[in-house]
Structure formats: C-alpha cells, structure tokens
Ligand binder design. Structure first.
Ligand SMILES: NC(=O)N[C@@H](CC(=O)O)C(=O)O
Ligand SMILES: [Zn+2]
Ligand SMILES: [Zn+2]
Length: 348
C-alpha cells in the first residue's frame, strides 16, 4: 500500500536514559520502549534502589519477561551509587554486564533519598569505575535549599562537574537530561569523555508549559523546564551534529493521582511516543537530517557499543496519543495525551 505521507527511515534508535519502574508497571513501560528502541539504559532508582550486581541481574530478567513476543529489546543495566557502594562491587557488576553507575545527589529527585551525600565519600568507588571502564551517569543538580531551583544545574557544573572531571580524567561521564545553556556549553567545551542526554520535553517546551492556564503537573519533571533561551540552546546542541549529545528520554512514569496532588511527583512519561516527539523537534528546527546521529549513532559510540543495524520508519502523519494508559491498578497520563503529534512511527 502506498502512503501519501512523507516518511523518514532511521537506524533503530536507543534510549540512553529511561525509568521502566518494576512490577505491574513493566507491562506498560517495556512494550512502549521496545516498540521503538533496541536498547535502553535503565535507571536504578527503584524502591529499594538497585545497588548490587545481583539486584541488577534480577531486575533485568523481570524487564525481559515483559518484552512482547516478536520484539527484541536489550535493557542495559545500571547501579545506584550510595555512600556505601563498595568498590569491590564494581568488578562484579562489570562482569554481570552492568554498563554504568548513576549518581543521584541525595534529595535531588524522585527516589534519591539513598543517594550520595558527599561526592568525596565515593571517590574509591569512582576510581574502581574508572579502572573498570564503567560509565558515570549524573543527575546534575545541587540540592542546597539556598540555591534557586532554576539555578541548581548551573551550580552543579562549578561545584561538582569541574572537580569530578579534574579528578577522574579517564572516567566517561554522561551529564544526564541537561536543561540549560550553561550545561550545553560545558559539555560542548569538554573533552571526548563527557557527553549529555537531552529529553524530548526539554527540547519541546519551556517553563511556561507548567503554568499555561493553570498548573499542569504532567509537565513537571526534574530538572524542571527552564526559560526559552535554554530550550533554544538545547535544540541547537541536539541538532548540531555534535556526537556529545544523544537521545535520553528520561521517560519517568508516575501514577496520575501522585502527579495531580498537593505535592506532585516529578517526571514526564514519554515512552509511548518518544521518537515521534524528537522527530517533531528536529523537523521544526529544519534538521531532520541530524536526527539519526542524535537518536541512533552517538549514544552507542559514546558507550563503545555497536550501532543497531535494523531500521524504523516514521511518517509525517498526525495521530493523537490516548488520554491515559493502565499502570498496574492506577492510570498513567502520558505527555501530549489527547493532543495531536505530527509524526508517527509506522514500521517498527
Ligand atoms: N526526571 C524526573 O523528574 N524524575 C525521575 C528521576 C530523575 O531522572 O531525576 C523519576 O524517577 O521519576
Ligand atoms: Zn535525574
Ligand atoms: Zn531520570
């Protein structure tokens, strides 16, 4: 059947930052990720967090059990750094196929209570990671209540990224879900051991989205959406063709009633339509030719993994994601629910 819609064929992309959660949630999150992505870096901020090779292995098996028949999907596992993660665990994790460890400054974001209270405390573990060739993934925000919420990423660069880079020159570091022009500039200027992921929501929206016509909890994530000048800097970085910037959705599902609450949870769910949202961004920027590098090449190159060889096809064909998905016993409201998207995944 021929279609009148313009199409775009891409090497199958990967997601270098996703939250799949656990238990009944996997029945929703894993099929969404697997329909478009071949691999995903799976965040370890479960309750309790994934802090050992054995926990990562067991979690990986639960994810694989939720992959729909006929799709192939490889979860790339990570460990959650705490003040107490022993350097000896790094070699075990490496042997079990764990590819990275995640640094959450304690209190910075969802399920980060067990995170690191002082980066100096984990220097022996970071040394073991550097020796083993394990990547460090960073939620780059300071947690101090003296620092304005909108300035916490920029402050993290001076307080932590620069010292970390100086003290561990051979460690590969991904500055996750960057949201500011300062972070984009820092990564652009740094050496080849520093990369960054960028989410679809930070490329599509500025902070007005959280307050348009009333408070909109489904646009609230951390790091929070910033001013338009920052969004523009992120679009420029993502569409620049620089191999330091690659796709990481940070798709972060929460039950709708926990987001639509007096103290709402941080996280936007985008796994149902992620590649379509990135296509919209690159199309709007007149840079569709740069999408494949960002979505499918620079991530595996940075992680020293092979690029995928199969392909997906997108069409410029409007469709509307559903209002909600089942999420265990609860409901999950995805970003752009009930709102038309211009690009659609047509062959996965
Ligand atoms: N991004 C978010 O707002 N939330 C993430 C945690 C994170 O990536 O910081 C989550 O796990 O819900
Ligand atoms: Zn984070
Ligand atoms: Zn995340």
């Amino acid at each position: 059947m021929s279609t009148a819609h313009p199409t775009l064929s891409l090497t199958r992309p990967d997601d270098w930052h996703i939250h799949l959660r656990d238990g009944a949630a996997l029945a929703t999150t894993v099929p969404h990720a697997a329909q478009q992505f071949a691999r995903a870096i799976v965040m370890p901020n479960l309750k309790p967090p994934v802090t050992t090779a054995a926990l990562a292995q067991a979690y990986k098996e639960r994810i694989l059990a939720a992959v729909p028949q006929g799709l192939s999907f490889e979860p790339l596992m990570t460990l959650y750094l705490t003040d107490n993660l022993a350097p000896e665990e790094i070699a075990r994790a490496k042997a079990a196929g764990v590819v990275a460890c995640k640094l959450y400054p304690a209190g910075a974001t969802t399920n980060s209570d067990h995170g690191v209270t002082d980066i100096r405390k984990i220097y022996p573990t970071l040394e073991a990671m550097q020796r083993a060739g394990m990547l460090l993934l960073v939620h780059g925000e300071v947690t101090s209540s003296d620092i304005d919420l909108f300035d916490r990423e920029a402050a993290f660069i001076d307080q932590h990224m620069i010292p970390l880079r100086r003290d561990f020159p051979e460690l590969k570091i991904v500055f996750e879900h960057i949201t500011t022009k300062e972070a984009a500039q820092y990564v652009e200027d740094s050496d080849s051991h520093t990369g960054a992921t960028i989410t679809a929501q930070h490329l599509l929206y500025n902070r007005n989205a959280i307050f348009t016509g009333g408070i909109r909890p489904h646009y609230y994530c951390l790091p929070v959406l910033k001013r338009e000048v920052h969004r523009q800097a992120l679009v420029k970085a993502a569409t620049s063709g620089s191999p330091k910037f690659f796709l990481g959705t940070d798709s972060a599902p929460h039950a709708a009633q926990l987001k639509e609450a007096a103290t709402g949870c941080a996280g936007c769910y985008t796994a149902h339509a992620a590649i379509e949202m990135y296509a919209e961004v690159f199309d709007n920027a007149g840079a569709l030719d740069k999408l494949e590098g960002f979505a499918s090449f620079y991530g595996p190159d940075f992680y020293n993994l092979p690029r995928n060889t199969d392909r997906i096809t997108l069409a410029r064909q409007s469709w509307t994601p559903p209002e909600a998905f089942a999420f265990g016993e609860a409901e999950l409201k995805p970003l752009r629910s009930g709102e038309a998207l211009p690009w659609k995944l047509v062959t996965a």
